[in-house]
Ligand binder design. Structure first.
Ligand SMILES: NC(=O)c1ccc[n+]([C@@H]2O[C@H](COP(=O)([O-])OP(=O)(O)OC[C@H]3O[C@@H](n4cnc5c(N)ncnc54)[C@H](OP(=O)(O)O)[C@@H]3O)[C@@H](O)[C@H]2O)c1
Length: 321
């Protein structure tokens, strides 16, 4: 199977490429890595050109402008990269009979849920920031290109019985190689605070689904492997939920960095973008029936690699939110 991955050098893109390299259906030549300069979200002809050149059977679209504060400051660029680029990609892909897996985000929801449950497929998207609304516009563009029909009052639709398939995979709070993620920033800031004899201030009023890119990548490979049954919206996250402070505590404990944490509200820092306070997704059922493991187990698996990374890239930490 010829599978192309956009954003191939990003955090998730590289994990998907690694997972696909081990998949039995990928073939000897391996997956196609589409990244800049060949695939640029600002290049209006790039998607059609690459599809004609490489003729993939499946595209995983992991590229996006993920700088949420940048999106808030420059909404027209967010719209161009996270929505208009998806219009072009999904129209070219659907037109050539190519299946598409579009990576999306919990930030399509407003985060105002207060019943302790994760967002489900039948919850109505209602983004509260530009990044979320640009990603939601990308979802809508892909649904139109793949001729999804609205599915009653719910937020999801369904593909026609024949023709190429579209899957929208929403996820949240990603971390993983090559680092510079929340656990690494916490570790560096924790070391810094410990050295200064201070406590580490971490946001206590944002809760989400921390998700290890390696686990998400394996799940995406599982979806591709199950064929056309992958069509539809999926919520794919590690199990459980954590506040940023709880996530930080688990990372620091696993790295044996002994520093007290002071929980502070997110409003302590001024940001261009407003993050949803409740960034928790209820995982949808995977084809195998096997949910992703709990976030605590996934984090524990990642920490040895992070510890090695901290040793070879020592640096001074900064305040973390
Ligand atoms: N990070 C999260 O917590 C999170 C949560 C939910 C959903 N998501 C979604 O997951 C997907 C992957 O995110 P990630 O965490 O892997 O982010 P990332 O590390 O920032 O990767 C984004 C990728 O998009 C590429 N990209 C950015 N601007 C581009 C442009 N103008 N033209 C071409 N490529 C461009 C980047 O290319 P370069 O490497 O060349 O910069 C990079 O490869 C995105 O769709 C994101 O919306 C992320």
């Amino acid at each position: 199977m010829r599978i192309a991955v956009t954003g191939a050098s990003g955090r998730l893109g590289r994990a998907i490429l690694a997972a696909l390299a081990d998949a039995p259906f990928t073939g000897i030549s391996g997956p196609l890595a589409w990244s800049r300069p060949d695939y640029d979200l600002d290049d209006v002809g790039a998607a059609a050109r690459l599809i004609a050149r490489d003729q993939p059977e499946v595209i995983v679209h992991a590229a996006a402008w993920t700088d949420v504060d940048g999106c808030a400051r420059q909404p027209e660029i967010a719209q161009r990269r996270n929505a208009e680029a998806v219009v072009r990609l999904s129209e070219a892909a659907a037109g050539s009979g190519t299946d598409l897996i579009l990576i999306s985000t919990n930030e399509v929801f407003d985060g105002r849920r207060t019943d302790g449950l994760g967002y489900r497929l039948d919850d109505r998207p209602n983004p509260i920031n530009t990044y979320g609304s640009s990603k939601l516009a990308g979802e809508a563009a892909a649904a139109t290109a793949y001729a999804w029909t609205p599915d009653g009052a719910s937020a999801h639709g369904s593909s026609p019985a024949s023709g190429p398939a579209l899957a929208i995979v929403r996820t949240a709070w990603l971390y993983g190689p090559p680092g510079n993620d929340f656990p690494e920033k916490i570790a560096r800031a924790g070391e810094h605070a410990r050295a200064a004899g201070e406590s580490l201030r971490v946001v206590g009023d944002e809760t989400g689904s921390p998700t290890f890119t390696a686990d998400l990548a394996d799940a995406i490979v599982e979806l591709i492997g199950c064929g056309e049954r992958f069509a539809g919206i999926h919520h794919v996250v590690n199990g459980g939920a954590a506040t940023r402070a709880a996530w930080a505590r688990a990372a620091l404990a696993g790295l044996a960095i002994d520093v007290p944490i002071m929980e502070v509200p997110g409003s302590t820092w001024t940001r261009a973008s407003t993050p949803p306070a409740w960034a928790v997704l209820e995982p949808t059922r995977m084809p195998s029936g096997e949910p992703l493991r709990p976030w605590t187990a996934a984090l524990a698996d990642y920490l040895p690699a992070l510890r090695r990374q901290l040793a070879v890239r020592p640096g001074v930490g900064a305040a973390v939110r």
